[in-house]
Ligand binder design. Structure first.
Ligand SMILES: C[S@@+](CC[C@H](N)C(=O)[O-])C[C@H]1O[C@@H](n2cnc3c(N)ncnc32)[C@H](O)[C@@H]1O
Length: 190
């Protein structure tokens, strides 16, 4: 299966993923052999990339973690964000693979078993210690050879805390740096 038949739908979802990033998530999901977890879902664009991908692959679970609280930066009420998330997931999840954990990522990690995640996408809070907290709290949940992705991680003038975290993660013996595609940094857990 190729991205071609999904691209118009996925590219037109509301969110911040660039086209190449949506394509990357889709292709990684086609090859996923276990559960995918995203921290930060917003209206479901990345979740739909994972769902469409894994449905063209081996049909793995997709867990979305988002507190779905008022998103001040854009002055949007969470009720409208949640409604669009549900609408998008309904359109993408024909096999019932999606679960939403509507909770702060700082507490929801206790609901995820160690060594149970094949792919982790970190795209929740971008400021202060939050990206580091998400990395530290969820890395133990990722299986050996599992994939860890950080969104918005390559431009210090946009998200300096995520950018600085990547410099530290590159030195972390627990993971291997595989490369970057647009704003996504890609690591493999050792
Ligand atoms: C950049 S958006 C995610 C975009 C999404 N991945 C997409 O493809 O459109 C960041 C999301 O993270 C959520 N978020 C921020 N801090 C969080 C936290 N501590 N716990 C859970 N969700 C959080 C926000 O509610 C927001 O929906």
């Amino acid at each position: 299966m190729t991205f071609e038949k999904h691209k118009h739908y996925l590219w037109s979802r509301s969110g911040w993923l660039l086209n190449e990033e949506a394509e990357l998530l889709y292709y990684l999901a086609t090859r996923a052999t276990g559960t995918m977890v995203e921290i930060g879902s917003f209206k479901g664009k990345s979740a739909c990339c994972f769902l469409r991908g894994t449905m063209d692959g081996s049909g793995q679970k997709v867990i979305s973690i988002d507190k779905m609280q008022r998103y001040n930066e854009y002055d949007m009420e969470y009720t409208s964000i949640l409604a669009e998330f549900k609408k998008n997931i309904k359109e993408c999840d024909r096999l019932g693979l999606s679960t939403l954990i509507m909770e702060d990522s700082n507490t929801s990690h206790v609901k995820i078993k160690d060594d149970s995640i094949y792919l982790l996408f970190i795209d929740g809070g971008h400021e202060g210690v939050q990206p580091k907290n998400d990395y530290e709290n969820y890395l133990p949940k990722v299986v050996k050879d599992g994939i860890v992705l950080f969104h918005d991680s390559t431009n210090p003038s946009e998200f300096v805390d995520v950018y600085n975290l990547i410099a530290a993660v590159k030195k972390d013996d627990r993971v291997e740096f595989l490369g970057q595609i647009r704003s996504i940094s890609i690591f493999k857990k050792r």
